[in-house]
Design a protein around this ligand. Structure first.
Ligand SMILES: *Cc1c(COP(=O)(O)O)cnc(C)c1O
Length: 469
């Protein structure tokens, strides 16, 4: 019921002022403990939300204790960082919403080292004069990918934009209709094309594109032949697409550069691990393609970044584009990248050192035994509830390997006093947050992405949330 206007008015005028609150013993305490600006912001926001509720005719606790309590919890919330670590119990290794790749300790140590000091980011220590920030990753990228030259920009979307703008501004870029994809987080091939100043020339149909479709579209105004990895979806059934090697042949014949936006960009041969759908960067480079682009934080397992690799003459031209300056990476990214790439100098070493590869390619037995450890501790600590190990499967995520099901094991929870949604919400809002999945009548904690040192947190959190119905 909406209170009459006069009553609303008296409740509103009953709210304390910011100054009054600051002068209370609690206010003095807050100021002693927290930055003044943070305290003021929290008081103002609490009072404003009370005012809004009252004006809308909604009930609001305007007792002194109520207000002070709410301010105190808002101060605590505002004083903690917004970006925080969490426990990923979804099983999805490259979850874009959860920040994609987890970095290795070695990469992180290198980030700290570079961040703490001055560095030779753009200083050539041999020559004693200005150097290039791209130099630090060039040797490793060339060696690992097999490309003539390579460098890193802010992300793969930036890499594609920069390449298109450099090689095909005001010219036509020929792309198969089946590859005009949208990748999560609003990367749409046609939109990036427009933003780059290139003109999209679609060829073929959704399910079939032939080499002659590309050839027929070539004119004096063609700037580039582009192939785009379909990433997060697959067209199955009556389909045909042109392999990159044939596109490279066509490009050579007509002297038009050929580019492949690989998306994930895997630097190891996944066939050895039973995955045949994703060619490695090295295989693609070997076809003679002029440019490849791929993400740093998908299958590669590094920081956010976009690698542009290919023929030296094109790479040099792309680096000279003024847009490259706007898309450049900072020293922290370079530090993380260099450390991750160093791990790839040895294929076996990479499997051990790169957390993304380790999590994706760990054996089902390893995952099962981690699920077993979690379930055992849960059963021991929380005797009133049932926990089961269930076999499950997880996806790589981040638009990578969409058709591959990675066999996994989860611990299922069926709370006896709580709804599944309520349990999911409590876990998500905890500290650290735990992100889990509801499937059917159970909440699943997928052991693929849970670290051993997180098991204790999960058990403690569930002990509290399941018992406080
Ligand atoms: C993921 C992806 C992108 C975007 O890469 P970001 O590094 O996220 O910017 C572009 N193209 C393809 C094919 C992708 O899979």
């Amino acid at each position: 019921m909406t209170p009459p206007a006069s009553e609303k008015h008296s409740e509103l005028s009953g709210l304390p002022s910011v100054d009054e609150l600051l002068k209370t013993p609690e206010g003095t305490g807050w100021l002693a403990e927290f930055p003044r600006r943070l305290v003021l912001q929290s008081i103002r926001d609490t009072l404003a939300s009370k005012r809004t509720r009252l004006l809308a005719g909604n009930p609001a606790d305007i007792t002194r204790d109520g207000i002070v309590g709410e301010i105190r919890s808002l101060i605590a919330k505002n004083a903690s960082f917004s970006l925080k670590p969490l426990i990923n119990a979804t099983g999805i290794v490259l979850h874009t919403n959860l920040g994609r790749a987890v970095l290795s300790e070695k990469a992180l140590e290198n980030v700290v080292r570079a961040g703490r000091s001055f560095t030779n980011l753009e200083y050539d220590l041999e020559a004693g004069k200005r150097g290039k920030r791209y130099s630090h990753t060039k040797r490793l990228l060339k060696e690992i990918s097999g490309a003539e030259d390579a460098f890193i920009v802010n992300n793969n979307a930036a890499a594609v934009l920069l390449c298109l703008n450099t090689l095909a501004k005001d010219k036509e870029v020929v792309v198969s209709r089946s590859e005009l994809v949208e990748i999560g987080g609003s990367f749409r091939v046609p939109d990036v094309m427009t933003a780059s100043g290139a003109v999209l020339r679609e060829v073929g149909t959704t399910n079939k594109t032939h080499l002659h479709d590309y050839e027929n579209a070539i004119s004096d105004n063609t700037g580039l032949l582009l192939k785009v990895h379909q990433s997060n979806y697959r067209i199955i059934g009556f389909t045909e697409d042109v392999p990159i090697s044939e596109l490279v042949g066509l490009g050579k014949k007509h002297r038009i550069p050929v580019m492949y936006d690989l998306g994930s960009g895997c630097l190891i041969d996944l066939k050895a691990h039973g995955i045949h759908s994703e060619p490695s960067v090295q295989e693609i480079v070997k076809t003679g393609v002029d440019i490849v682009t791929f993400s740093g934080d998908k299958l590669l397992g590094g920081p956010q970044g976009g690698v542009i690799a290919g023929r030296k003459k094109f790479i040099e031209k792309i680096q000279k584009n003024p847009l490259a300056r706007a898309l450049r990476v900072d020293k922290l990214t370079i530090a993380a990248f260099e450390a991750v790439l160093m791990d790839y100098m040895d294929d076996k070493g990479a499997l051990e050192a790169v957390p993304v590869l380790k999590m994706l390619l760990q054996s089902p037995e390893e995952i099962r035994s981690r699920a077993g450890r979690l379930a055992a501790r849960l059963k021991k600590t929380i005797k009133t509830e049932r926990f089961e190990i269930v076999s499950d499967s997880s996806k790589a995520g981040g638009g990578s390997l969409p058709e591959v099901d990675f066999p996994s094991f989860s611990v299922s929870v069926r709370p006896s006093h709580l709804s599944l949604n309520e349990l999911e919400r409590r876990l998500r809002k905890g500290s650290p947050p735990i992100i889990a999945r509801i499937k059917g009548d159970a909440l699943l904690l997928d052991a693929r992405t849970i670290r051993d040192d997180e098991i204790g947190h999960i058990v403690a959190a569930l002990a509290v949330y399941l018992n406080n119905a």
